[in-house]
Write a protein that binds this ligand. Structure first.
Ligand SMILES: C[S@@+](CC[C@H](N)C(=O)[O-])C[C@H]1O[C@@H](n2cnc3c(N)ncnc32)[C@H](O)[C@@H]1O
Length: 270
């Protein structure tokens, strides 16, 4: 009966778990199906801390976005933005600087349909369904062109996205395509599941994920830090998500391995 729900486009197969909807479930959202919940629960049974790690990642999104606003950024491009949840990027930045503009990009039809519903009355935001590999198509799209002035700094967000990108896709080359179009003073915020956090049973969790539409490509520090090529990492560099300028209790857990499960960093284009 998914066709009767206005956030479920007809092309969606609810029997195949999607990373966007599995993540939505871990965050406590309601835009997921039985197959998503089954996979999410299976991974939770292997690695119970994953739910806390997703919350840490959202808290990092907030801190990184506010850091960029404080640094003068007023326009944001969020790629692999996911299904809207509590504390969305446009809400975070427009609460402190209402003129901020945000374009969300995701290839998942549910993420895009739900974003469209949420953003209907917000003139300073837009959403585009696209694959991050389509760099020129995204940057030249009417959605991006109408919201983003590439002569001004942009906050490029790629949170928990690039571990869905195999090296065979040349993620460093893809990032270079975005970076070339960004004005000096632009920022890249990135998070990525760490292979060297020390968390136990990561291999089993990755194995379980194989039934989703994407197989995660887990990388260690060296594999992630190269994504900042052409950017200067701001302090404290690429670190466990909870260690990136934590401000309060919700930014950190009492489990050091979960604190380190997503790598997180922010780089500035000189
Ligand atoms: C784990 S969610 C992260 C959502 C959000 N960035 C966050 O950190 O809260 C990953 C998102 O990346 C999207 N995604 C994965 N591969 C993609 C690709 N090749 N192009 C665009 N989006 C992609 C998925 O659909 C999903 O919504």
């Amino acid at each position: 009966m998914t066709g009767s729900l206005n956030w479920v486009p007809p092309e969606v197969d609810p029997t195949v778990p999607s990373p966007a909807r599995v993540y939505d479930y871990w965050l406590g959202g309601g835009h997921n199906f039985a197959a998503d919940r089954e996979l999410a629960e299976k991974i939770l049974s292997i690695m119970p801390g994953i739910r806390d790690a997703t919350r840490l990642n959202r808290a990092f999104l907030r801190r990184a976005a506010l850091f960029m606003v404080a640094s003068g950024v007023r326009q944001f491009l969020d790629i692999g933005s996911g299904i809207p949840t509590v504390g969305n990027l446009h809400e975070i930045v427009q609460a402190v600087e209402p003129e901020c503009r945000v374009v969300y990009v995701d290839r998942d039809p549910v993420a895009v349909a739900h974003s469209r519903l949420l953003l209907e009355n917000n003139e300073r935001t837009d959403v585009l369904q696209a694959d991050l590999r389509d760099v020129q198509g995204i940057l030249d799209s009417p959605e991006v062109q109408s919201q983003i002035d590439f002569d001004q700094p942009v906050g490029l967000m790629m949170l928990l996205l690039l571990h869905f990108v195999p090296d065979s896709w040349d993620p460093v080359g893809i990032l270079a395509g975005y970076r070339e179009r960004l004005a000096p003073g632009s920022y890249l915020a990135l998070s990525h599941v760490a292979g060297d956090s020390g968390v136990s049973r990561l291999d089993e969790a990755v194995e379980a994920y194989k039934s989703s539409q994407n197989l995660p490509h887990i990388r260690d520090y060296d594999g992630v830090v190269r994504f900042f090529e052409g950017f200067e990492l701001v302090e404290p560099g690429l670190v466990g998500c909870a260690l990136w300028r934590p401000e309060g209790a919700g930014d950190v857990t009492d489990n050091p391995e979960i604190n380190a499960l997503p790598y997180a960093g922010v780089g500035r284009k000189p």
